[in-house]
Design a protein. Structure first.
Length: 570
């Protein structure tokens, strides 16, 4: 019998090795399957948990966790989302004298080099003091922090803390206000809206103001230029949307930087637009005529009054005009040339009780209505002492002092169809709808007054306020300032209050200059027609395109209401 070929004989060692390999592969396969099952179960558990949390989870808990990554105070933005105030993490540098271990004299020299507000002797006195903690700099620049840290002195403490930053510096500063050292609102909208800005649930939602940053910048720029040109003590300006009551721009000069509000003087912190009360003179005269139209005392713009050199009030005091007619004049002419004599007679026809009712309706006898905490109450004669002479005096803008915002709201009321609405510094939207308001003047009176105010700009004392193509209407106001309890003959408050475009009124604005001086360009005159009026016109020329008002030389108010009653002087 032949022996088998060696290649066909299975060796026992090889068979054993193959069996072990198969067994090992089986074990590995089992472990891999178990691992994949466990991994899949974990992934499924995570997905299910996330789904559960998304549908039924603790929203309040998640919100509190998320809020830790949000700033401690909500942002403030303009109506278009431009940031006006935000909270950032800034460096704070402090000195802890008891922990200083290095050469104190050398440290004093280094501190004097880096922070020269004190000399080495001054810093050495601080280092040797018994105080436990001394702030060296808050909102420190990164370069300073790096240099102080490089000193390697344990007595110098570096930390991060939330800080309020106003990236536009002085833009809208009196509207924004500022915060105090504990991070809460100290003035302006920061104070008025402190609860909302500090609410953890609302920190991620910026507070939208009604202010338009571009329009605000234009108003501030032109007012600052006018204040400088006429060497005025101060200035103020307000722009309103007459249909919503939104304040699109508000400024007060001197300027204020809210980043360092605590270091500014009282004059800069004072908001002339809402806290300053002034006799704003002839800007009141349109209200008097509108009252007379509404009560029926004036039937048409052609109604005639004796406008001679002087007129005696019931108290025996005379009313005079800067440029007396010396003849009978129409209501249209009275407004065009800003006649005190004619307006006093119209006010007398309106009567005391009806005038006070109109003034109350426009908010002129109380605090100005707006969100700001800095709000002033108007000043006037007490009701018990208010007689016919007072009514005539108030009729041409004296014996009553109001804020520029009061006046702007009055013009908005007169030209929006006769509805008074409080002003608002919050953007009107679904969460903040337009206030309902109350009727003060009839729609017919509101319409008739358009041509009258346009006449003042085209032919009267407000010619320099005209902005070509934008159909400006308005009224000059020059009032003698009360100094030491007496009216000064040399110091004035000048203002221009107006509306544009007059054929379809949309915006009301007031500009005011406090103690402007005459210049060579004004031939020494310091009245409103020479300073406040041209300032108004310059502002309108800049902001009207931003507000969507197109220049149109073919459109205008219905001037047939007034032109037939204006006599052309030879």
């Amino acid at each position: 019998m032949n022996a088998p070929t060696p290649a066909l004989v299975a060796r026992p060692e090889r068979l054993k090795l193959v069996g072990q390999r198969r067994q090992l592969l089986g074990i590995m396969h089992q472990r891999l399957m178990v691992g994949m099952l466990i991994f899949g179960a974990v992934i499924l558990a995570i997905v299910l948990r996330l789904t559960w949390l998304g549908l039924f989870g603790d929203h309040a808990g998640r919100q509190s966790i998320a809020s830790t990554s949000l700033p401690s105070r909500g942002d403030i933005v303009d109506r278009d989302g431009q940031p006006l105030a935000r909270t950032i993490d800034s460096w704070t540098v402090a000195l802890q004298p008891s922990k200083v271990i290095g050469d104190k004299k050398a440290l004093a020299v280094e501190l004097s080099r880096l922070m020269p507000e004190k000399d080495p002797a001054g810093w050495l006195a601080e280092i040797n003091s018994a105080k436990k903690f001394i702030y060296l700099r808050r909102r420190a620049a990164p370069r300073l922090v790096q240099a102080l840290n490089a000193l390697g002195e344990p007595g110098i403490a570096l930390s991060r803390e939330p800080d309020r930053l106003y990236p536009q510096t002085d833009l809208g500063a009196h509207v924004l206000g500022s915060t105090n050292i504990d991070g809460h609102g100290a003035s302006g909208m920061e104070r008025a809206m402190d609860a909302a800005l500090s609410d953890p649930a609302k920190r991620g939602e910026p507070l939208a103001l009604s202010i338009n940053a571009r329009v605000q910048q234009a108003l501030e720029h032109e007012l600052l230029a006018a204040k400088t040109q006429f060497s005025a003590l101060g200035a103020a300006g307000v722009l309103l949307d007459i249909h919503t009551g939104e304040v699109l721009a508000m400024t007060s000069l001197p300027q204020l930087n809210p980043n360092v509000a605590g270091n500014m003087n009282e004059e800069a912190r004072f908001n002339r637009a809402t806290l300053g009360v002034f006799e704003l003179g002839s800007t009141f005269k349109p209200f008097t005529v509108a009252m007379a139209l509404d009560t029926g005392a004036v039937k048409s713009m052609g109604q005639i009054y004796p406008c001679y050199d002087r007129f005696l009030r019931p108290n025996g005091r005379a009313v005079t005009d800067t440029h007396p007619f010396g003849r009978p004049c129409s209501v249209a002419e009275i407004m065009m040339e800003s006649s005190n004599i004619g307006t006093a007679q119209i006010a007398g026809q309106v009567g005391t009780d009806p005038m006070r009712k109109f003034l109350e309706g426009m908010g002129f006898l109380g605090k100005v209505e707006v969100e700001l905490p800095e709000r002033a109450r108007s000043l006037t004669i007490p009701k018990a002492s208010w007689d016919l002479s007072t009514t005539m005096t108030v009729g041409f803008g004296h014996a009553i002092a109001v804020t520029p915002l009061h006046l702007a709201m009055g013009y908005a009321t007169l030209y929006n169809g006769g509805i008074y609405r409080p002003a608002t510094l919050l953007k009107v939207d679904r969460g903040h709808p337009v206030a309902k308001g109350r009727r003060v003047f009839s729609e017919d009176t509101s319409y008739k007054m358009r041509a009258l105010l346009r006449l003042v700009v085209t032919k009267g004392t407000g010619k320099k306020a005209d902005a070509i193509g934008y159909r400006v209407g308005g009224k000059t106001g020059t009032a003698e300032k009360i100094i030491g309890g007496r009216y000064s003959k040399t110091v004035n408050i000048t203002s221009f209050a107006g509306v544009f475009p007059m054929d379809e009124p949309r915006y009301a604005m007031v500009v005011m200059l406090d103690e402007p001086k005459g210049t060579a360009d004004t031939y020494g005159f310091r009245t409103a027609g020479w300073n406040a009026a041209p300032t108004f016109g310059k502002v309108v020329s800049r902001i009207a395109p931003m507000l969507g008002v197109r220049p149109d030389m073919k459109r205008d108010a219905n001037m047939s209401e007034v032109l037939p009653f204006v006599r052309e002087e030879k």
